[in-house]
Write a protein that binds this ligand. Structure first.
Ligand SMILES: *Cc1c(COP(=O)(O)O)cnc(C)c1O
Length: 358
């Protein structure tokens, strides 16, 4: 079986963890500080603040920016639930806007119709590693006086006109969950150009205190441990090479797959292929996926149910592109652990299933 995802842990990560275990300091400490400093180089020198998950990163960034009950935040429904959960957990309301069907990201032409007196922010998701149209989103936000956040959980190293994701909004959130383009075990990072927002995220992750036992706000324990940071630091060094491998794997699949709609990259965008996602349009997607699994090609559907229709939200909304795409997408293995023969197997199996189904 060719796995859909395959986190790569080497001797460097093992050595780094051992170093921390021997140091005696296990919780947030010097490794976290070093990880933050090193991550900043990947987001145009912005502040980086590490958290215990990508969800915490989103959540803390919203609270630090003052998002609260009564506010509305525009997000796509075609994403992982954490995108909207993090808004709802502040007491604010996620307002779901439709996506565009080529790159599966928030459709800028649909945003303005969703803006109300309560709208405070827009948060696109750089889904599958393809950047959202931040130029258009920032223009709309500026016109209406809104804050901009980025859900960059799937897009480490992706760029728009040469500028990295995570360097476009007031704040961006990354995830280091094991299946993401790099991992720390569990973990997340907020990036921001704002000194004050960075300080507040640090305060919020540590029970609301900057000075010990002088808690200034009601906070959380959402700190990253030095053990996780040590893993993350080693993975960050390997990220550029892994990104190139993902991109060359995707190029091979794009050149050789037949009978399915292969992913495209919009002009000016650097896609980092967290997922390599095809559209199955001529035949039933779920039957197609089951057949791939039967023939040894791991795959996944991200995401079969749009967030607004999950039991946790249960909203009746008219989001036609979101609904259609949720029926069509299928992600194939693209991770850097794939060998040439794995890629050839994927092509052979997908092409034969597509041919049989059409
Ligand atoms: C993974 C992910 C998150 C949440 O990250 P965790 O580290 O799992 O909490 C948020 N948004 C998107 C789009 C994701 O893919």
């Amino acid at each position: 079986m060719i796995p859909a995802a395959n986190p790569i842990i080497g001797k460097e990560e093992r050595r780094a963890v051992d170093r921390v275990l021997r140091s005696g300091g296990l919780a947030q400490g010097p490794e976290v500080a070093a990880f933050e400093k090193e991550f900043s180089h990947h987001v145009d020198g912005r502040h980086s603040v590490a958290l215990n998950s990508g969800t915490s990163a989103l959540h803390m960034a919203f609270i630090a920016a003052g998002i609260k009950a009564g506010d509305e935040v525009i997000v796509p429904s075609f994403s992982f639930a954490a995108t909207a959960n993090s808004v709802a957990l502040t007491g604010a309301t996620p307002v779901f806007v439709d996506i565009e069907e080529n790159h599966f990201n928030l459709d800028p032409s649909k945003i303005e119709a969703a803006i109300t007196k309560r709208t405070r922010a827009i948060m696109p998701v750089h889904l599958y590693g393809h950047p959202a149209n931040m130029v258009a989103v920032n223009e709309i936000a500026e016109k209406h006086g809104l804050l901009v956040f980025e859900d960059a959980a799937q897009a480490h190293g992706a760029k728009i006109n040469g500028i990295p994701v995570g360097a476009w909004g007031l704040a961006a959130s990354f995830s280091f969950y094991p299946t993401k383009n790099m991992t720390s075990g569990e973990g997340g990072m907020v990036t921001t150009p704002s000194d004050e927002l960075a300080r507040m995220v640090k305060v919020l992750r540590n029970q609301g205190m900057e000075i010990r036992y002088q808690n200034e706000v009601v906070g959380f324990n959402t700190r990253m441990t030095d053990i996780h940071a040590a893993i993350g630091r080693e993975q960050l060094k390997k990220l550029p090479k892994w990104t190139e491998q993902r991109q060359s794997n995707a190029a091979f699949l794009n050149a050789n797959l037949e009978g399915v709609v292969t992913p495209s990259t919009a002009p000016g965008m650097e896609h980092v292929f967290h997922q390599y996602t095809i559209k199955v349009v001529d035949t039933d997607r779920d039957a197609f996926a089951a057949e791939l699994t039967k023939r040894g090609v791991g795959n996944g559907v991200y995401y079969p149910t749009p967030i607004h229709r999950l039991p946790s939200f249960q909203l009746e909304l008219d989001l036609p592109a979101t609904e259609r795409i949720a029926q069509q997408v299928l992600s194939l293995p693209v991770h850097p652990a794939l060998k040439k023969r794995d890629l050839e197997t994927i092509v052979k199996v997908v092409n034969s299933v597509a041919k049989a189904g059409s």
